[in-house]
Design a protein around this ligand. Sequence first.
Ligand SMILES: Nc1nc2c(ncn2[C@@H]2O[C@H](COP(=O)(O)OP(=O)(O)OP(=O)(O)O)[C@@H](O)[C@H]2O)c(=O)[nH]1
Ligand SMILES: [Mg+2]
Length: 680
Amino acid sequence: MTDLSRIRNVAIVGTHHSGKTTVAEAILAFTGAIARRGSVADGTTTTDHEPECIAHAQSTTAGFAHCTADGIVHITLADCPGFIDFFEETKQVLAGVDAAVVVVDADPSRVAHSLSVVEYLESRRLPHLFVINKMDRPGADFEGTLNALQSAYGRHVVAEQWPIGAAESFEGFVDLTDMKARRCDGDRESIAAFPESLRERIASARAQMLEAIADFDDHLLEELLEGAEPPLDEVERDLCAECSHDQIVPVLACAAATGAGIAALVRAIVTWLPSPADAPQLDVEGREIAPDADAPAVARVIKTMVHPQSGKLSMVRMIAGTIKPDATLNDLSRGDEKVRCAGLFRLQGKKQEALAQAGPGELVALARLETVSTGDVLTGNGRTVMLAHAPIADPVFAAAIKPKERMDEARLSQALSRIVDEDPALRTQRADVTNELLLLGSGEQHVTIAVERLSRKYKVDVEIAAPAIAYLETITVPTEIHSRYKHQTGGHGQFGDVWLRFEPRERGSGCAFAETIVGGVVPRQFIPAVEKGVFEALLHGTSGFPVTDVQVTLFDGQYHDVDSSEQSFRVAAGMAVRDALPKCKPVVLEPIVRVRVEVPSAFTSAVIAQLTGKRGQILGMTSSERTGFDVVEALVPHVELSRYITELRTATQGLGSYTWHHERYDPVPITKAVGPKAVV
Ligand SMILES: Nc1nc2c(ncn2[C@@H]2O[C@H](COP(=O)(O)OP(=O)(O)OP(=O)(O)O)[C@@H](O)[C@H]2O)c(=O)[nH]1
Ligand SMILES: [Mg+2]
């Protein structure tokens, strides 16, 4: 049985492209878990193994790997994608780890990009530390980045190291706890001469660190007030306790590409970040779930992977109990359904290492749990436990998707359901009005990569396009129309004769049919056929779009004893609609949506200008509950929003978000041309 205190489950999160995957690779290489360090550029890293990651040179999904530090502490790393489109996946993974390493670039201007994930860590009170990476890059600015982190996240974010040099002269660092200088040669460290030129700066950084630590330790505070030098072991003990309780957030420096600083980072993970014993997982009411190996199992599914050949793998966080490769578990999230595993693995990137059993605190993959999804809670022996959900945000981007070959339609819907099974932030939906099949997700890249994954894994070639806008048509003036359908084709003829009145109805009320026939001029049995003919013809107005908000009344007509039939009245009614619409001054209506945009206040005016440029009508601006954020509400034509999430994120350093719902239909401005037939 693994000693729980020797386990660390750590997510590597942070800003896009800050070097998370490179940090993970450097840790694996330093600890000897891999023989050779791969690189993102070559597509050879352990955690970015998915072909889409390699093709885009970025993480497109979370990757898992593990290593052993100092031969005793077993670390499982979850390398999370940094691009904001994949944040929903990161949130699910964070529900299964005990701590996080937040990697940021050594560039103060990029610190704001880490806001969403850091706020999320803070809201979950998940212990974390910062690593300022790319210290070897020209212009690397540790101090500026540290200041930016402190002003964004508060004074308990403190440097625990001070780098010696930067860019090509980045040599190592001074450890502010023991005040020893360490020189880095790749990922190896050696004690070096203290950099006297930095003594003053380092002393003040150390004082700041001690003051922050002393906020949670009165004894240390007294020592500092008396001007006494606190003993090393007291400082180390405090750092360890306060970091693992999310009171202090230490900041380290590294250059993952060269390995410099990685040894210290591994030390930090081992000594400061909590083990599953230090931070037991909580149930929905905040009660600790004892990580007891002998209790019935409790596991949370934090990620799902589907391999077209070898099948489904569910990555789970074992919270309690011990399971074997053929374990039978209850899926509490699916009405207690019984599921049976067909294999138990530990993942090293794409490699699956078979395990004989797994106990509390471990992150392992269970094979072939076909009905199980990310977020599900699995238990053994009928145990009931309620865990809090990591909610998944509603999609903000949609693409219309169809197979290149029509015969692939069934295969496409099957493949889509598997892709959605792997990634709960994706959804599929049939669009109202246009009837297109939509794939929805957290952003343009999220959906595009899902489509690439779908084509690769399930060999379905698809076309994607911006979803068609559900335009409608309506009339603005009333008219009355007479229409007669008369046809002689030997034998029976056809005869239908109707008088229809067309009147505009209130916007949003739809179409309605009525009749005021007296004296049987149109016999009762044919009236439903008239109604049918009317509604069929209203599906395609003068512009080709469906017609709405029209009252159609059958008020007169004629029939023929022999030749009249349902069919002839249906045709006559359709002809009447087609004749009437052009006479009723038709207009095209476009969907207007109400958007609620949340942005950091610094970007509010830019966002308002952006919405106005989209023909938006600003309804109001208020302060958000989220500190430093504003909420802007506006009515915007739907057609203007097809790429809005991308544009909004570009304009707001990735921090803007929005929700929307359909509000109403408005006439398209006279100058706008919309298909299928342009209206001018
Ligand atoms: N010079 C230098 N380049 C680095 C360092 N760390 C990472 N890089 C480069 O930065 C780029 C991004 O690195 P990744 O490791 O993919 O970054 P990431 O944070 O995992 O990216 P996403 O997962 O896509 O958000 C790659 O080209 C790396 O080679 C570093 O310490 N120094
Ligand atoms: Mg990455």
